[in-house]
Design a protein around this ligand. Structure first.
Ligand code: NAD
Length: 482
């Protein structure tokens, strides 16, 4: 069995060269529930060297064989699903039901790309001569760095690792220091499934120490990053400096428009679930409800009732919403509550920490609704990354779309309407990489592209589905005369 922590380099679980470890805290209790080894820049370099050393042989391994290892990884992860979901809840805080759904997502992703590995190929086109053949082939990029956030600590590592490996790349994964256990489980399952040494490597530690190596090293051919816009912007600049392929998926400020014709109850439910699910710590969380004046008052009252109906507590208990992941994230949300009040928004419900004694040790916050929000307020423009909903009143669809687009982000956006013209106007004109009709902003299918517009993404390549295959491969065009 591998040790409970450590970094994984060239097929071995080893201690980091610093010899330092740092604890992983349960956000519901403050207890230490795990540890990570703090890797150094030289550990990251060793991991890259191991990946580079393993790349040619892995690329030469037939796709179906690579796929079989990925499918086996999915099976092993499925066998460990309950334990991994519990680890996820203990480290990140989301409820066990949410964590379990996320682990299942990772399982499904490994099966999906396990099958895809068979199909990776190219196209054949008609050539300008009958004695010529023209075709394209997809080749792996080489060695890739995968940098992931804490908020989906197994789904995001899975949706980067699985397509990277399926296409014949080797990889170094660096998860967030908060909630590293679930991605470690993936690496353990990959090793048990027979992945050759060096193909997937795993380093933990500070982003500012490891990030520059992972994004700038001359032997790294591609960088896939998910995280905040501020860090992603720096990652993009440093990775693109020597023409590496790079994709960064970053923050959001996702709107749901509620039209007068909407199925009202469905809209309230979707906005509530989108705003407060996973404690609002989703890049696709609904943080703005843009509501037509005809249903505005009724909507504010109903969504506040929804927020007040939620139970808040440890994700291991039978609750609707877990804690914030860290004290810093909690602090940031509470600061935004003050900012919104100072800006003149009306606090309808929540805005503080739950008062019961059990909540004192954890990073809990109440589901919060602000009304009378104007589109130019910070609460309507900046990513809060907590369970805080801003409700904005509008008088027609044009204004709703203008408000929806009036932010630097463009990740996910939805509308609730029964009007076909409104549906088309919205999906045509909304500036978002994901546009949904009569559905919450959160929740993604794994076989279609995912990514943002504007400040939410480098908008280079999408993730997931076939888009991930495109990101992790280069296209070679073959002219064959005979
Ligand atoms: P973060 O940007 O702080 O960290 C993300 C990762 O980058 C971590 O592994 C971190 O250690 C690493 N990192 C930090 N400094 C680095 C550097 N200088 N160079 C390279 N890597 C560095 O983000 P977070 O707090 O972990 O996650 C929350 C953010 O992620 C939110 O903004 C959220 O919207 C975003 N997110 C986006 C998506 C998406 O698909 N668009 C999905 C989930 C989360």
């Amino acid at each position: 069995m591998p040790p409970a922590s450590g970094i994984y380099v060239d097929g071995e679980w080893v201690e980091s060269s610093t010899g330092e470890t740092t604890g992983v805290e349960d956000p519901a209790t403050g207890e230490t529930v795990g540890e990570i080894h703090v890797a150094s820049a030289s550990d990251a370099e060793r991991a890259i060297e191991a990946a580079v050393g393993a790349q040619a042989e892995w690329a030469a391994t037939p796709g179906p064989e690579r796929g079989a290892i990925l499918r086996r990884t999915g099976e092993l992860l499925a066998e460990r699903k309950d334990g991994v979901a519990e680890t996820l809840t203990r480290e990140e805080g989301k409820t066990l039901a949410e964590a379990s759904g996320e682990v299942q997502r990772a399982v499904d992703i490994f099966h999906y790309y396990g099958e895809k590995a068979r199909e990776i190929g190219g196209t054949v086109k008609a050539a300008s001569s009958s004695e010529k053949r023209l075709r394209t082939e997809k080749e792996p990029l080489g060695t890739v760095s995968l940098i992931t956030p804490w908020n989906y600590p197994i789904a995001i590592p899975a949706w980067k690792l699985a397509p990277a490996l399926a296409t014949g790349n080797t990889a170094v994964l660096k998860p967030a220091t908060v909630a590293p256990g679930p991605s470690r489980a993936i690496v353990e399952c990959l090793a048990e499934a027979g992945l050759p040494a060096g193909v997937a490597n795993y380093v933990t530690g500070s982003g500012s120490e490891l990030g520059p190596v992972l994004t700038e090293h001359e032997d790294v051919d591609g960088v896939s990053f998910t995280g905040s816009t501020v860090v992603g912007t720096g990652v993009y600049q440093s990775a693109a400096a020597d023409m590496k392929r790079v994709q960064c998926e970053m923050g959001g400020k996702n709107p749901t428009v509620v039209a007068p014709s909407a199925d009202f109850e469905a809209a309230v439910e979707a906005v509530g679930a989108g705003a407060f699910g996973v404690t609002g710590q989703a890049c696709t969380a609904c943080s703005r409800a843009v509501v037509h004046e005809d249903v505005y008052d009724e909507f504010v009252s109903a969504v506040a009732d929804y927020a007040e109906s939620l139970t808040v507590g440890s994700g291991l208990d039978d609750v609707d919403m877990g804690p914030h992941v860290t004290a810093d994230e909690l602090e940031s949300t509470l600061e935004y509550v003050d900012i919104a009040r100072d800006e003149g928004a009306t606090l309808v419900t929540g805005g503080g920490r739950p008062s019961d004694d059990d909540a004192a040790a954890g990073h809990f916050v109440e589901p919060t609704v602000f009304a009378d929000v104007e589109s130019d307020m910070r609460i309507a423009r900046e990513e809060v990354f907590g369970p805080v909903l801003a409700v904005i009143e509008v008088s027609d669809l044009d204004e709703a779309i203008a408000v929806a687009n009036d932010v630097e982000f463009g990740l996910s956006a939805s509308i609730f309407t029964q009007d076909l013209s409104e549906t088309h106007a919205f999906t045509d004109r909304v500036e978002a990489g994901v546009a949904k009709v009569n559905e919450k902003t959160t929740g993604l299918e794994l076989h279609v592209p995912f990514g943002g517009y504007k400040g939410s993404s480098t908008n280079t390549y999408r993730e997931q589905g076939d888009a991930a295959i495109d990101f992790f491969t280069s296209t070679k065009t073959v002219y064959l005369n005979y």
